[in-house]
Design a protein around this ligand. Structure first.
Ligand SMILES: [Zn+2]
Length: 376
């Protein structure tokens, strides 16, 4: 059977340079649409059963975060359900993966993908619950609906909690997290979820960057725009995803915001806060501490030893979502980062950080939120 590699499918990304020698397959990661960023890859190889293959991503050194390749392992799957790590090394700007497939067809990706069809399944399943409504609040630049879930009874004196994910489309763990959160919050047999919805309404955007997800981008939308730098002045032409979501936020109001991401470099889950926004105060500082204390207890995959350095007072970049919204709504607003590698505190040598762990972290947000409801 001839060896072939393709990426012409939802979220696919690879350029084949040379495939003549299975032990030296040369590939390039394609740049994001209208952008210099590159890091996300996802391709299908056929005809390599029992063949010792070595893939070399020869432009890995030009990636957005080359430090992301240190101690990193690519993911592979035969059925696109179970993803496992394969031996991967990074040297002299080349990311190499060595692997002998057990079946004719294998998929290899930067992280377990979350496809547009899976996204549609998720939001349409959610709307079956009497607690949830699915709305379209605008269109992406390529004309796809921006899906928005309203959960609860909309009674106005309740707290208004927002969770949005996947502004950076290659950070697929963010949508796995949303899947866990959505299934748990809609579970009417779950006392924590029921209690949370007695006190709050919940507003969710499970995928902020649908076009970028389908295009196989790491960081930008179809216009080449990094949505997480657009929150001060979102543009209806170039960043409609942020424009329409922020408009809806102003219409509804906000007492809490979590913006869900993945981090290429650090092998931990962590929160990036709003210490640097002008209106940061004692109340927000105490909320930050108690939110983290409770979340860590509920799910030890969360930690606060490792993370980004905190901004100095007044030094936050207000173009970034969580900081912009914290300032605009004078509310508790955070960014969550999950690893592409693994959680080094609780390592998993087979799967690394995985969809399953992301889902469980999403589920555990329900109790972390419940613990701070009376203090918001
Ligand atoms: Zn991100």
């Amino acid at each position: 059977m001839t060896l072939t590699i393709s990426s012409n499918f939802d979220a696919g990304n690879i350029e084949v340079v040379s495939i003549e020698k299975p032990n030296n397959i040369q590939l390039k990661i394609e740049k994001d649409t209208h952008s210099e960023f590159l890091q996300w890859f996802y391709f299908r190889m056929q005809g390599a059963k029992d063949l010792a293959c070595k893939f070399n991503l020869i432009n890995a050194g030009e990636a957005a975060y080359p430090e992301g390749w240190d101690s990193y392992h690519a993911r592979a799957s035969y059925d696109r359900v179970i993803w496992f790590q394969i031996p991967t090394s990074y040297k002299n700007g080349i990311l190499s993966m060595e692997f002998t497939p057990k079946f004719d067809t294998v998929y290899i990706a930067y992280f377990a993908p979350f496809s547009y069809e899976q996204h549609l399944d998720l939001v349409n399943h959610a709307q079956l619950s009497s607690l949830c409504r699915l709305e379209t609040i605008g269109e992406t630049t390529q004309g796809r609906p921006i899906d928005f879930l309203r959960i609860g009874d909309d009674v106005s004196n309740k707290k208004k909690l927002w969770v949005i994910a996947r502004q950076h489309p290659g950070e697929t763990m963010a949508e796995w997290f949303m899947l866990g959160l959505i299934y748990r919050i809609l579970d009417e047999e779950d006392a924590s979820s029921v209690s949370l919805l007695e006190k709050a309404n919940i507003y969710l955007v499970p995928n902020m960057n649908i076009d970028g997800s389908i295009l196989g981008n790491l960081r930008v939308n179809a216009k080449g725009v990094n949505l997480n730098r657009e929150w001060t002045t979102p543009d209806i032409e170039n960043s409609p995803e942020v424009y329409y979501v922020k408009k809806k936020m102003k219409e509804i109001g906000m007492d809490f915001n979590l913006d869900v991401h993945g981090d290429e470099g650090l092998p931990y889950n962590f929160i990036s806060g709003i210490e640097g926004i002008p209106s940061f105060n004692d109340k927000l500082s105490k909320l930050t501490d108690s939110f983290m204390r409770n979340w860590k207890i509920n799910n030890p995959d969360m930690q606060d030893v490792h993370g980004y350095p905190k901004n100095e007072p007044g030094k936050a970049n207000l173009n970034i979502c969580s900081k912009n919204l914290g300032e605009e709504f004078k509310c508790f607003s955070q960014t969550l980062e999950m690893p592409f590698k693994q959680n080094d505190n609780i390592p998993d040598s087979v799967a690394g950080w995985s969809p399953e762990r992301s889902i469980k972290l999403g589920e555990s947000l329900v109790v972390a939120l419940l613990s701070i409801m009376d203090d918001l």
